[in-house]
Design a protein around this ligand. Structure first.
Ligand code: M6R
Length: 593
């Protein structure tokens, strides 16, 4: 959701550093942005130059902001109050000398605001965030600034992260509880960001704040204090393994298509490096009395796929649930239960909360995440990295197939046939590469051109092709804004077929498995009602109006099949003149409920 980037150091171009940092966070999704830098020559009292704008950063410039070595920026995804310049962050106190940015939702903001107004504070925005800066101003009347931030934070209800610029020193004071915050430990300067990937051009040495960590950072030093006790805490920095190149578009016009193309090599890499982890983790699954998988959006579809993979390959029943619902159905968890949480960002609040509730019941947690040091990564008893590299497009692609790859390995390891997992995955990598050849992409692009003005698209599959259908429909919805529905083909006759009319595009996944015949029947039923059938299969069939070949990769055929869906969604967005990387209303990492 909102992005945060701050710099304090010896370089005089804080405005540019922060601006570039915000651009690296654009992918998270936002609707307005703002930057504050300390004005030069203002002695012991900081006064700030603040720039706020609605809309995207685009070609904006910040070269007219004063030279400074202390700056803070924010990209806002509106929750409380509309998308206006005034509601954009940073926010200031009544005197304009305390500058604050905030991520999260202050659940008790109305009560706090009423109280502060009674004490004479003047509010200018409609946001919940502004409450925090006035609260700090109020508390700072009777205690030190850091102490005021600490005490103020303790009064905020909800999951939040705030960063405040000290009114009298070149010092940031930041705190988190729930919303991510990471400190970049640089040479001659320090950084604060909501996302480690934004720090890559400056430093790889980072500290991920834990819940209720308070950070005090100036150009030279970084101190961590436990917010509840006020006691200092020793920090253990980590080294980021991602490279700057991985977080850039390179020769590609969009992150999404770049990330789609990275998949074959990521799959091959997982096939070779993921085996030992799969063997280790499968032991925990084996020992658990009951196992659940939980995730949101695309990650939840990986969970559904996982439930089929474990059943098919390892004869093992695994339940799944979306993160936001899991909390309502975990009464039966015990200390013998294992909960597998799947997430690209490792920060999805619904998944995190589900995990915390499960922990409360004594269950063991396994996290399969793409982001080192993320909240889920740290919350879990056992964590495993997907290894897909930074995923910047809002629509998840390589993290999804990366999750599937690990699940294939895990299921085979559980079945005692780890090597078969590896060879199946290598077949999927090869088939995926074929889907991404120029000829294959041209074919899918042609299909997108034909479909670009359709209002509805239906996608059907059975077995592992059911989650493939859900995921394909989600990709199409997210970035092309065409209404798409994925469903289990067997459900057609139970209602959905009423929607099929002449020319309705119906995508059918028909891999070389036990679902082929029954799914083909579904495609025929749609065709009989006028549907235009797009067959994704290892072999052509006369019922298809359009055929996209995908080589058989046994249980892992879901991977190349989904890649066809990703490429189709991408070209649909392009054909409709939309930016696939930044779909409207969506954020990359959903850190509020
Ligand atoms: O970071 P996570 O994998 O936990 O994210 C979960 C969902 O928010 C995410 O997959 C979302 O559905 C994507 N926009 C899908 O493309």
């Amino acid at each position: 959701m909102c992005g945060i980037f701050g710099y304090v150091g010896h370089q005089e171009d804080a405005a540019d550093i922060v601006f570039e940092g915000l651009k690296r966070l654009e992918y998270r999704g936002y609707d307005s942005w703002g930057i504050a830098v300390k004005k030069p020559g203002t002695g012991s009292k900081n006064t700030f130059a603040i720039r706020k704008r609605t809309g995207k950063i685009g070609n904006a410039k910040v070269s007219d902001l004063p030279k400074s070595s202390f700056g803070l920026g924010h990209t806002r995804w509106a929750t409380h109050g509309g998308v206006t310049k005034i509601n954009a962050h940073p926010h200031t106190d009544c005197t304009g000398s305390i500058v604050l940015i905030h991520n999260g939702i202050i659940e008790n903001y109305e009560k706090l605001k009423k109280n502060l107004i009674a004490h004479g504070h003047r509010f200018v925005s409609e946001t919940d965030s502004e409450v925090a800066v006035h609260l700090i101003e109020e508390l700072n009347k009777t205690c030190s600034f850091t102490e005021a931030v600490r005490k103020a934070f303790l009064k905020l209800e909800g999951l939040n992260a705030i960063i405040v610029m000290h009114p009298r020193a070149h010092t940031f004071v930041g705190v988190r509880n729930g919303s991510p915050l990471v400190v970049g430990l640089g040479k001659g300067g320090n950084y604060l960001a909501s996302d480690a990937a934004a720090l890559l051009p400056h430093t790889k040495k980072v500290y991920f704040l834990e819940d209720n960590d308070l950070v005090v950072a100036d150009a030279e030093n970084v101190q961590i204090i436990e917010v509840k006790t006020g006691k200092r805490k020793k920090i253990k920095p980590r080294t980021l393994t991602w490279s700057i190149k991985q977080a850039e578009k390179g020769k590609y016009p969009h992150f999404m298509i770049k990330e789609i193309h990275e998949q074959p090599s990521i799959l091959s890499e997982i096939a070779s490096s993921g085996l030992s982890n799969a063997k280790k983790l499968s032991k925990h699954i084996d020992q658990a009395f009951d196992t659940y998988m939980v995730g949101c959006g695309t990650a939840s579809y990986a969970c559904i796929a996982g439930s089929y993979l474990f059943s098919k390959i390892a004869n093992r029943h695994i339940n799944w649930a979306v993160g936001s619902e899991f909390g309502y159905q975990l009464d039966f968890l015990t200390p013998k239960s294992l909960v597998m949480a799947l997430s690209q960002s490792g920060e999805t609040i619904d998944t995190l909360e589900a995990v915390k509730k499960a922990k409360g019941k004594g269950a063991k947690i396994f996290a399969l995440v793409n982001t080192l040091g993320s909240s889920l990564y740290r919350e879990a008893d056992y964590s495993m990295l997907i290894g897909a590299g930074p995923e910047k497009a809002v629509a998840s692609t390589k993290a999804f197939t990366g999750k599937l790859a690990h699940l294939v390995l895990l299921a085979y390891a559980l079945a005692g046939k780890p090597k078969s997992g590896q060879s199946t995955l290598l077949k999927a990598a090869k088939a995926s590469k074929t889907v991404l050849t120029p000829e294959s992409r041209a074919r899918i692009k042609k299909l997108a051109e034909r479909m670009k003005n359709k209002e509805h698209i239906y996608v059907i599959g059975r077995g592992l092709s059911y989650p493939a259908s859900l995921e394909t429909a989600l990709k199409i919805k997210e970035i092309s804004y065409i209404h798409a529905e994925g469903f289990a083909a067997g459900e057609l006759k139970h209602g959905v077929i009423a929607l099929v009319e002449k020319g309705t595009p119906c995508i059918a996944f028909l891999p070389n498995d036990e679902t082929y015949g029954a799914n083909l029947a579904g495609a025929m039923e749609m065709k009989a009602r006028g549907g235009s059938i797009i067959g994704i299969s290892h072999k052509p069939h006369e019922v298809f109006d359009f055929y996209i070949p995908v080589a058989d990769a046994q249980e892992a055929t879901i991977i190349p099949n989904v890649i066809v869906g990703q490429v189709l969604a991408y070209y649909l967005a392009i054909a409709r003149d939309l930016d696939p990387d930044m779909p409207r209303n969506l954020a990359k990492s959903v850190t509020v409920k």
